[in-house]
Design a protein around this ligand. Structure first.
Ligand code: 13P
Ligand code: SF4
Length: 370
């Protein structure tokens, strides 16, 4: 992966990543929460192994700002009996620095449900935190920035789902998890990008209402032969990629292995060597071990994955998700300090949404037994 170049000045002659310097404390002064956080010798020692792991993807100059926050968050989460769940799109300092579990939407939902902790800090977007709360109502679920939304989730309301049901009586509603709790509560079953094909096939019907991602829906239709009634929703990040862009890209990097998320438009998926959820893409890199790879998805993910595959070159055609990028280390620390903002879902909505989520999780468990 192409990172900012290392500067000789930032490297300790003894081979340590940094010589602690009190002036670095100033860089951590981002808000009152982090005012007293300094890159002390203790912090340097505590985070040294981690730094060696991530130095390929985190520029040297940033480490003295991240390290004290990482150390403080990890201390506080133990005191609070909290776990930190991290989506694959989080920045590398979050993904590698503070995660107890990292994964795709399906993995986060499954792990959150089983986790023994009293508090979950969701480093992802709002629908992911809501899903965790619905599946674990007894836990406190924190989302470090409540404005971390999703263009898919905001594209459809519960009233829209009721109207679709009236227009297509008898057709079951399959709802992508990138939706609000209200929308899930109106649905028969949920799905994620990892299990959408399996969920639709599990229903054994010829026609379903599939909401809200039209591109994921078209992909599922092409794999299942089921007629999908679609909604006009799209991910603002993935819809910006195009097939032409990918063909140009292949011209610039002959032999590159191209993977794409199924939220991309059909002409992009047609150009890809592999289509899958964020975690499926990571697993695929491990299996295929390509020399050069492009992940047609959110930009931060390549940095997270590159750490585990030092011999693979990650070329990044970049589109950042502005919602995912709202989650930062200072906000995570502040969230643990104040135990807010906490997610709340009205009991009746949560009960109905939970039914749709549990039916999805049961499909996965059934497949695992087969
Ligand atoms: P995954 O379930 O593949 O992680 O995708 C979630 C998402 O928001 C993709 O944009
Ligand atoms: Fe939503 Fe797209 Fe961001 Fe995923 S990448 S959270 S689908 S806006």
């Amino acid at each position: 992966m192409t990172c900012l170049p290392e500067t000789a000045a930032s490297r300790d002659p003894a081979g340590l990543p940094y010589t602690p310097d009190p002036s670095f404390a100033n860089r951590a002064r981002m808000n009152p929460t982090t005012d007293l956080l300094a890159f002390t010798p203790e912090v340097e020692r505590e985070t040294r192994d981690l730094y060696q792991k991530v130095r390929r993807v985190i520029p040297d100059v940033e480490w003295p700002v991240h390290a004290p926050l990482i150390a403080a968050i990890n201390r506080l989460k133990r005191e609070r009996n909290a776990i930190i769940l991290v989506h694959n799109y989080m920045r590398p300092e979050i993904f590698h620095g503070v995660a107890d579990y990292s994964g795709d939407s399906l993995g986060l939902a499954q792990f959150g449900e089983r986790a023994p902790a009293g508090t979950i800090v969701m480093c992802g977007v709002h629908f992911m935190a809501e899903t965790a709360k619905i599946l674990s109502p007894e836990k406190t679920v924190l989302l470090p920035d409540l404005k971390a939304g999703c263009s898919l989730a905001s594209s459809i309301t519960a009233a829209d789902v009721r109207a679709l049901r009236r227009q297509h009586p008898g057709a079951p509603v399959v709802t992508y998890v990138n939706t609000s709790a209200d929308v899930k509560a109106e649905s028969d079953i949920c799905c994620t990008s990892a299990n959408a094909v399996q969920v639709v096939e599990s229903l054994g019907v010829d026609e379903v209402i599939f909401i809200p991602d039209k591109y994921l829906g078209r992909y599922v239709a092409s794999k299942t032969g089921v007629r999908l009634i679609l909604w006009e929703g799209a991910c603002e990040v993935h819809e910006r990629f195009s097939g032409t862009e990918l063909r140009d890209f292949r011209g610039m990097h002959p032999g590159i292995h191209v993977m794409a998320h199924p939220e991309c438009p059909p002409d992009v998926l047609a150009e890809a060597d592999f289509v899958g959820s964020t975690s499926a893409m990571i697993d695929h890199v491990g299996k295929v071990h390509p020399r050069q790879v492009a992940m047609i998805t959110e930009c931060a993910m390549a940095g997270n994955v590159a750490v585990g595959f030092p011999d693979v070159e990650f070329i990044q055609p970049c589109n950042l998700c502005p919602h995912m990028q709202r989650i930062t280390l200072p906000k995570i620390l502040q969230s643990l300090q104040t135990m807010s903002p906490a997610i709340d879902v009205p009991a009746d909505v949560a009960r109905r949404a939970r039914g749709a989520l549990e039916r999805m999780l049961a499909v996965g468990r059934g497949a695992a037994r087969d």
